[in-house]
Design a protein around this ligand. Structure first.
Ligand SMILES: Nc1ncnc2c1ncn2[C@@H]1O[C@H](COP(=O)(O)OP(=O)(O)OP(=O)(O)O)[C@@H](O)[C@H]1O
Ligand SMILES: [Mg+2]
Length: 331
């Protein structure tokens, strides 16, 4: 029988529409059965997978959704995608998960809220260190709500259009009234830094003031998400313009274990002593832990095994610590 972890991984990859991953996990289950001497079951599994593969169109199976394609001037400012990400794919603290689930729930039931003169929460500020899942959360909200994710890279916008950023922001907020979606203003600190904290105050203040005005006036259906690393630098006036502030932090020991089990669900982890792993992963972000797991997975696959040893995983985590340090000294 497949283990509970393998079944969970199978269902997760099915939910997220990731056929490649689904197939890889199912093949692993077949391989385990073959190794255990259950040749007939292994063959049946492979036959079923072959049948499913043949049924798919030769060009893959794109999701049948209309892409909201930003046109004209907007095309250079915003990029659109339809993420398959789900909140269940994420490892979150209970508080953060509750907040994100409420946003999704309220969006789904917005008609009911409207009928009582209420509006869903839809202006969100995501705050936390790099690699803790802010951008991924925006994808997951879009995925859960079946909305396009419209990605606004603020840093690029400001440097590219110095002097006319406010006008460009206007264009984007205008688009929100026409195209529903999750609008992600990533690297929000680019304009959110405290007014007066910079030398080029003039331009930054104008941009931030117009953003705040647009945000306040906006009554579209769109979900607006601003994400930032620097909570300390953010302007106090900003906080009250958002319906909710959602905080992220580095993972706890329990979260490190869940991240590892999720990412390595297709592998055998029975030999892992979790305490030493969570200790080795301390101070790493969710993104770094995930990458360390992928490093360990690659090593296992290339050594022809599907067992992850505690030693390999620990080495990958230590290597990540070194990389993070090297990056920090370069910056
Ligand atoms: N909470 C999480 N649960 C599961 N995976 C995560 C989580 N956070 C991060 N990851 C993994 O790390 C990757 C990068 O995370 P993400 O880009 O969302 O971080 P971020 O908080 O937006 O970082 P930054 O501040 O640098 O923009 C994700 O695509 C995912 O693979
Ligand atoms: Mg991000």
């Amino acid at each position: 029988m497949a283990t509970a972890e393998q079944l969970k991984a199978l269902i997760r990859s099915h939910n997220s529409g990731d056929d490649e991953h689904f197939r890889a996990i199912a093949m692993q289950i077949a391989a385990v059965q073959a190794r255990k001497g259950n040749a007939r079951i292994a063959q049946e599994l492979r036959d079923l997978l072959d049948q499913a593969h043949r049924r798919q169109s030769p060009v893959g199976s794109p999701r049948a959704v209309p892409i909201a394609r930003p046109a004209g001037e907007l095309a250079g400012l915003v990029s659109a995608s339809y993420p398959n990400t789900r909140l269940a794919d994420m490892v979150l603290s209970d508080a953060t998960r509750t907040q994100l689930e409420a946003v999704v729930q309220q969006h789904r039931q917005r008609d009911l809220l409207h009928s009582h003169g209420l509006r869903p929460k839809r202006k969100l500020l995501l705050v936390g260190p790099p690699g803790c899942g802010k951008t991924m959360s925006a994808s997951a909200i879009a995925g859960e709500c079946g909305l396009p994710l419209l990605f606004v890279q603020l840093h690029g916008l400001i440097t590219k259009y110095m002097g006319e950023t406010a006008a460009k922001l206007h264009l984007i907020f205008d688009a929100m009234t026409q195209t529903g979606g999750v609008y992600l203003f990533d690297e929000f600190d680019a304009i959110g830094a405290e007014r007066g904290a910079r030398n080029d105050v003039g331009e930054m203040r104008r941009v931030l003031n117009s953003f705040l005005q647009f945000l306040e006036r906006d009554d579209s259906e769109g979900i607006i998400i601003a994400a930032t690393n620097f909570v300390g630098m953010l302007d106090k006036a900003l906080f009250r313009r958002f319906d909710d502030i959602i905080r992220y932090d580095l993972p706890t020991g329990r979260m490190i274990r869940s991240l590892t089990e999720n990412r390595l669900a297709a592998f055998d982890l029975t030999g892992i002593a979790w305490q030493s792993i969570t200790l080795a992963a301390r101070h790493l972000s969710q993104a770094e832990v995930t990458r360390a797991c992928e490093d360990a997975a690659r090593q296992a696959v290339l050594s022809g095994t599907h067992t992850i040893t505690a030693e390999n995983l620990k080495q990958s985590l230590v290597a990540r610590h070194h990389q993070v340090k090297r990056r920090a000294t370069k910056e």
